[in-house]
Write a protein that binds this ligand. Structure first.
Ligand code: ADP
Ligand code: MG
Length: 252
């Protein structure tokens, strides 16, 4: 006999069930941490262990907030996810492929194909027009210019910067710069978007606006999003929260 389904009583569960993202069949893993540890050498004898036996998974289209005190390993976690840094032990898998099994070159290509990055300090090229900043990943990858440009302009429209495409990046406000950086990160339709304190350098109001756009665009594009934040409110906007504490990852 089949057990009858458990009634949904928790309103959050009800909301979750009603949310199409959660009933979407692809709970395919975009990013997997399998017993990942990361230690950095120190001047003393014992290496400093920043992450300890971390296991976690991000499914397609999900948004995960990473929280934890300064120095708790949040950026380290994102660097491992992007293949910018390597774990001391364990495996990081991107789209089911172990990054540890790849050469440096292959890892770079995997990142280029599948990962978009947004940083706290935007990292735009100030002397280049906005549109060229957005196009940079396509130029590096050797994509066809015309198609990439269409896509870049469409993204800029969606963050309400369509009219600023030809302005130099340095002319923009912080919030606008971050919106450009989001367009750049999404240009090549990455399955995974990583954002390290994307609102950390913005005032509260433009920070909220940027986070709103980041969440909405990631959802519309079907990109999984992992973002670091210090804001309880902004963390609450994610589907789940990972809390780093003493090297451990706890689901909050
Ligand atoms: P968070 O982003 O949570 O503030 P980080 O991941 O940047 O934390 O850093 C976690 C710890 O690892 C910190 O103590 C930091 O000093 C140390 N750390 C980070 N990167 C390096 C590195 N390349 N070499 C040595 N120690 C590092
Ligand atoms: Mg950090």
């Amino acid at each position: 006999m089949q057990a009858s389904p458990k009634p949904l009583s928790d309103p959050r569960e009800v909301a979750r069930e009603a949310d199409p993202r959660h009933s979407f069949p692809s709970m395919d893993s975009i990013l997997t941490f399998r017993n990942v540890s990361k230690a950095y050498p120190t001047a003393g004898s014992a290496p400093r262990e920043v992450l300890r036996d971390v296991s976690a998974e991000v499914g397609g289209g999900r948004a995960v907030a990473v929280v934890g005190r300064s120095g708790s390993g949040k950026s380290t976690l994102l660097h491992l996810a992007a293949g910018i840094d390597q774990p001391s032990a364990g495996e990081v898998e991107l789209l089911g492929r172990s990054l540890g099994g790849l050469s440096d070159r292959e890892r770079t290509l995997a990142r280029r194909e599948s990962v978009g990055l947004v940083f706290q300090f935007f990292h735009l090229l100030p002397q280049l027009p906005v549109i060229e900043n957005v196009l940079l990943p396509a130029v590096i990858a050797g994509d066809r210019r015309a198609l990439a440009e269409q896509r870049a302009l469409a993204l800029l429209e969606r963050v309400e910067l369509g009219g600023r495409a030809d302005d130099l990046a340095e002319k923009l406000s912080g919030g606008e710069m971050q919106r450009v950086a989001i367009c750049r990160a999404l240009l090549r339709r990455p399955r995974l978007l990583l954002a390290d304190e994307p609102t950390g350098n913005l005032d509260e109001q433009s920070g909220e606006r940027v986070m709103e756009l980041l969440l909405r665009l990631a959802r519309d594009e079907g990109s999984a999003l992992v973002y670091v934040t210090h804001s309880r409110e902004l963390a609450a906007r994610a589907d789940e929260t990972w809390r780093l504490h003493d090297g451990r990852l706890e689901l909050a």
